[in-house]
Design a protein around this ligand. Structure first.
Ligand SMILES: CC(C)(COP(=O)(O)OP(=O)(O)OC[C@H]1O[C@@H](n2cnc3c(N)ncnc32)[C@H](O)[C@@H]1OP(=O)(O)O)[C@@H](O)C(=O)NCCC(=O)NCCS
Length: 172
């Protein structure tokens, strides 16, 4: 599971491995792409410098957070993360979920989320939460398909975000 100091988990088609400084630019391109940007709470552009500072903080601060790059056939195709861990690390949020526009609808997103759930269960997480734009039908269908259920909704600048939760406690 440890490769060159970087954690990785795979399913034979894709793998999730820890973000490294060399991913900074690609993560920025994916996050700033309009098809991704408009799905998140913060829809505006951020400068590359502030994005780089965020990646650097993630790499330096030693938080329990896990930020992954998704790779398929050794090519980087997306990203996903675990963050906001509770003190006992049994509850956390997951997000920053993006599959590169040219790699969408090939099953990588579903595989990545399944692997993330497997990984989270393996490190003792019992409850995973996320917020999803109510208008993001592709994401909502995918999350519900993998067992997430809706527990609430919040308004944010005129848009509705749904909170979805999955309980990992009793599953395999
Ligand atoms: C949401 C996202 C990560 C899904 O990744 P993906 O790799 O395209 O998803 P998959 O190929 O695994 O497809 C998952 C399911 O969605 C369906 N799907 C994917 N793209 C679709 C589309 N454009 N229209 C309709 N259905 C679609 C697939 O058919 C599949 O359904 P199935 O399991 O019944 O076969 C990707 O669309 C994305 O990066 N979107 C922009 C950022 C975003 O919305 N992030 C989530 C924020 S909460």
């Amino acid at each position: 599971m440890l490769e060159g100091g970087v954690e990785a988990i795979g399913d034979g088609v894709i793998r999730l491995r820890g973000v490294s400084p060399s991913d900074t630019e690609l993560l920025y391109v994916w996050r700033m792409d309009e098809s991704s940007r408009l799905m998140f709470r913060h829809t505006g552009f951020v400068s590359f410098d502030s994005h780089r500072a965020m990646v650097d903080r993630h790499l330096e601060w030693g938080l329990p957070d896990r930020w992954f790059v998704v790779e398929a056939a050794d090519k980087r195709v997306g990203t996903v993360s675990l963050y906001n861990f509770s003190e006992d690390r049994r509850v956390c949020k997951w997000g920053r979920f993006i599959i590169a526009p040219e790699a969408r609808n090939l099953g990588y997103g579903k595989r990545a989320l399944k692997l993330l759930i497997r990984y989270a269960r393996g490190i003792g997480v019992k409850t995973l939460k996320c917020d999803v734009l109510a208008a993001n039908g592709v994401a909502l269908r995918l999350y519900r398909d993998l067992g997430f259920t809706e527990t609430g909704a919040q308004e944010c600048a005129g848009r509705t975000f749904l909170t979805l939760v999955v309980d990992l406690g009793s599953e395999e």
